[in-house]
Design a protein around this ligand. Structure first.
Ligand code: ZN
Length: 430
């Protein structure tokens, strides 16, 4: 047994006791260290001494993306600037980017729990990890890089794009683990197939970051690359970056690092807890973060807690894959639809590919219409398209409660991208 990055706590009770101790620290630290938090706490009429149990978390005010904007360029800062050793920013397109500060301990903590991801994935120091995510201002490249090095495996820092070189390196370096977005993973898998190099590569695991991926897409990538496991790594800039959890080899939900942050699952409208196991917005409170701690930060990510204990026996709690963001949710004919629900329905239908687009339009009758364009599976007969179309329309209606018109197109017809693929096109205001 080599070095472990798992929590030192051995039971859920020990973990909860540790969380309470760290929650008290976070409240004390932010109350005294950040004028913004100090003001918010005063307004909510809460002082650090009022936090006596974990349930007292609910006394605390929420933090949102607006607080990050308002505090630009050093939002939520709770330490003197001299203690900040690095910043990262999100690649936001509108308004100001989200910028977050890190102390040396924050960077160290991040590397530590990122290494835990690789331990959870059953990797060893002999693994060679091709990192095909963006390096630079955003958190992805730096996060994976630090994590691999801390874990002790070999990092191959490629960045995204350049499929030619990616494929050469897969073969030449005997890469065993690929880290990329799901969109990039699909491009790589199709390129490996095109070149006929599946037998020459040694890939065993793929770790997807920063993008939802449907079961169909995962199955296709797994088949083309011949890998044993595909893992999901969550991550957002506000919460260090990627590496804040991972599904274990049983793939029954994402274990998240409850010794570093607390998750609440709340109804995005009422901000009250949803019943256990139901979909809610993830709201996080950090327990160890120094430079830019989060107190009840509304992530806008929708998912649900997975009750019970995982087959792996870990005490670390689990959440489901992300169903999308409460911001990405669209409303059609008074029904709330999350893109993840459409992924889910399409994944259950045989003979279609993983790529799809949703088009929302408003017709002359004043009503809204939803069309779903989806690729036929690669080796599937076009003659069965009418059957597939019917099945999609029936299943969407049944599972999402909205009518749609399905349209099957040829495999490879829809655009792929190396970053996030745009899937929802809302043309109702045009
Ligand atoms: Zn597990």
């Amino acid at each position: 047994m080599g070095k472990t990055f798992m929590p030192v706590q051995k039971t859920r009770e020990e973990l909860a006791a540790f969380q309470l101790e760290r929650l008290k620290w976070t409240v004390h630290h932010t109350y005294h260290g950040s004028p913004l938090y100090h003001k918010k706490f005063e307004e909510a009429n809460v002082t650090p001494d009022k936090i006596r149990t974990l349930d007292d978390l609910r006394l605390l005010p929420f933090t949102t993306a607006d607080d990050l904007k308002a505090g630009y360029p050093f939002p939520l800062l709770s330490v003197p600037l001299d203690d900040v050793v690095r910043i990262h920013a999100s690649s936001g397109t509108t308004g100001k980017r989200k910028v977050l500060s890190y102390t040396a301990k924050d960077i160290d903590d991040w590397a530590h729990f990122f290494a835990r991801c690789f331990e959870m994935a059953g990797m060893s120091v002999a693994d060679r990890v091709q990192i095909c995510v963006g390096y630079g201002l955003w958190t992805a490249g730096a996060g994976f890089q630090n994590g691999v090095e801390r874990f002790g495996a070999m990092a191959i820092p490629m960045g995204p794009g350049n499929l030619d070189m990616q494929c050469d390196f897969l073969v030449d370096f005997g890469t065993t683990v690929l880290c990329c977005t799901a969109s990039m993973g699909l491009l790589m898998a199709e390129e490996v197939e095109k070149r006929g190099i599946k037998e020459k590569i040694k890939l065993k695991k793929v770790i997807f970051g920063s993008e939802r991926s449907s079961d169909a897409m995962r199955a296709r990538i797994g088949e083309l690359l011949g890998v044993e496991h595909i893992f999901d790594i969550p991550g957002m800039t506000e919460l260090y970056g990627p590496g804040t959890g991972l599904d274990c080899v049983h793939h029954q939900g994402i274990h998240y690092w409850a010794d570093y942050y607390i998750v609440e699952f709340l109804d995005p409208e009422t901000l009250q807890p949803v019943p256990e196991g139901q979909i809610g917005e993830m709201v996080v409170t950090t327990l160890q973060k120094e430079a830019a701690p989060l107190v009840r930060y509304r992530t806008r990510d929708l998912t649900r807690a997975i009750p019970g204990t995982c087959a792996c026996g870990s005490i670390l709690p689990r959440h489901d894959r992300f169903l999308g963001r409460s911001d990405d949710m669209f409303i059609i004919r008074a029904v709330n639809v999350y893109p993840g629900q459409i992924d889910h329905v399409l994944s259950s239908i045989p003979g279609i590919g993983s790529e799809y687009q949703v088009h929302l339009t408003r017709r002359a009758d004043g009503k809204d219409y939803m069309a779903i364009k989806v690729e036929r599976g690669k080796e599937c007969a076009p003659a069965d398209d009418p059957k597939r179309k019917k099945l999609i329309e029936v299943e969407v209606k049944k599972q999402i409660m909205v009518s749609c018109e399905a349209d099957i197109c040829c495999y490879g017809e829809l655009p792929r991208s190396e970053r996030k693929t745009k899937r929802v096109f809302d043309k109702r205001d045009e």
